[in-house]
Ligand binder design. Structure first.
Ligand code: FES
Length: 238
């Protein structure tokens, strides 16, 4: 796809067109003197401006080989300048913005926890839990029970982190971004768009040591607390 685009947008095509329409003085003789138009000449009709060509989104980007992302592993990638993390959880590939919407933390290297049966990636900075499939940010309510405040159910604050499409084909893993705009319009804006291209933040994920990408899956109990340091499922991967 990139090759296709580059063929049709390469400066070489424009240069070729410019050469074909520019007369060569050495083969066309002296330049004829231009007479000014008569005073009563009717000005030529103004040409309609050419309609703006629709912006064409880049196609899928290969971010790695299937073998580099087995079950429980993850890939850190930079696609069209945007930092993303691809994870394979329960055999399914998911892709999410690598930089946390909250304050630019390295969300992409966070642990995985299950909240309400949903897989969430936990930001290492302030421990926000983000649904890896939907981008929802979850929080836990507090309820007044038996005379004291207690942790209640988990709810969503809405989608705060942008997710993308990821799949494999022919032994390769591909990502298709859900936006290619650096500043999407208000209707399409997701909070993580604000940090998505920040090199300082993104490089924390991209250059993270293999140990930072080890998968640790915890479950959050009904009381909202995860078992202390207990790894419930999954292996360490690099
Ligand atoms: S930067 Fe604060 S939770 Fe991620």
């Amino acid at each position: 796809m990139k090759l296709f685009r580059s063929l049709f947008s390469s400066p070489g095509c424009d240069e070729a067109k410019a050469q074909a329409t520019t007369p060569n003085p050495s083969t066309h003789g002296p330049t004829p003197k231009l007479e000014p138009p008569p005073a009563n000449a009717v000005p030529a009709a103004t040409a309609e401006p050419a309609p703006e060509e629709p912006k064409q989104a880049p196609g899928p980007t290969c971010v790695g080989d299937t073998v580099t992302c087995p079950e429980g592993a993850r890939l850190q990638a930079k696609v069209e300048g945007r930092y993303v993390t691809v994870l394979r959880l329960d055999g399914k590939l998911v892709c999410i913005d690598a930089i946390c919407f909250h304050a630019g933390g390295p969300l992409g290297i966070g642990d995985i926890e299950e909240v309400n049966g949903r897989k969430c990636i936990v930001c290492p900075w302030h421990f926000y839990k983000i649904d890896v499939e939907s981008g929802d940010k979850y929080y836990q309510t507090m309820e007044f029970k038996e005379g004291k405040m207690q942790a209640g159910e988990w709810k969503s604050n809405g989608v705060r982190q942008r997710t993308h499409k990821a799949w494999e084909e022919g032994g390769k893993i591909y990502v298709q971004l859900t936006t290619y705009e650096r500043r999407p319009s208000h209707a399409d804006y997701v909070e993580s768009d604000g940090y998505a291209f920040d090199e300082k933040c993104g490089d924390r994920c991209l250059n993270s040591p293999p140990s930072a990408n080890k998968l640790k899956v915890h479950s959050v109990g009904a009381d909202g607390r995860k078992p202390s340091g207990q790894v419930l499922r999954g292996q360490y991967h690099t």
